[in-house]
Design a protein around this ligand. Structure first.
Ligand code: URA
Length: 195
């Protein structure tokens, strides 16, 4: 039988594949439009996300929403998920074992969504999905073709909060994303009102 969003979400909710299940408040599955052509992948939930069960709801999330708005997007037109679905304590980077334990869920989300464009938010997602040797400072904004998707890494919104000097580069990457959407995505504004 084929996979479904409901089955996947249910499995995720009960996951005990790594130690993060012991400290999590919620499993942050992901959110957005299952018909989206664009998938944004962050690193893992922070404290606010863990409390609310929704990705990118803290300060970084507000900035992400502002970034999407610059290019005419919002959460109804994209899907947002993370490499790990449970919060790493003290906001540390997710360990390799935690990423390995969790990545299958994201792979299934990708298979269900079949996005045309996948944007990695930050180096953790980019190294896991695009290239383990990727250097975010050098390779952000560069398009890769991976498994039939166009993929690009951008600075993580948290990095842009810490270092506003990176924002002009992030703006250029957003414009490149907008161009690529115009080139390969099919949904129009009228479609979105119906989807
Ligand atoms: N940072 C992430 O990478 N993901 C979230 O969901 C929130 C903050």
């Amino acid at each position: 039988m084929g996979d479904s969003w409901e089955a996947l979400k249910r499995e995720c909710a009960g996951c005990r594949e790594c130690a993060l299940c012991q400290t999590r408040h919620s499993v942050v599955f992901g959110i957005g439009n299952p018909k989206a052509e664009i998938l944004l992948v962050g690193e893992g939930p922070g404290a606010n996300e863990d409390q609310q069960g929704i990705p990118f709801v803290g300060r970084a999330g507000q900035l992400l929403d502002d970034m999407l708005a610059i290019i005419g997007l919002d959460r109804t037109k994209v899907y947002i998920a993370n490499i790990v679905k449970c919060r790493p304590p003290e906001n540390r980077d997710p360990l390799n074992v935690e990423q390995e334990a969790c990545i299958g869920y994201l792979r299934r989300q990708i298979a269900l969504l079949r996005p045309k464009i996948l944007v990695c938010l930050g180096r953790i997602a980019a190294m896991r999905l695009m290239d383990p040797k990727l250097r975010i400072t050098k390779d952000h904004g560069v398009w890769y073709d991976v498994d039939g998707m166009r993929m690009m890494a951008m600075y993580h919104p948290s990095a842009l909060l810490r270092d506003p000097g990176k924002r002009p580069e992030a703006f250029d990457d957003l414009k490149a994303l907008q161009r690529e959407i115009g080139r390969i995505c099919e949904h129009t504004e009228a479609d979105w009102r119906k989807l």
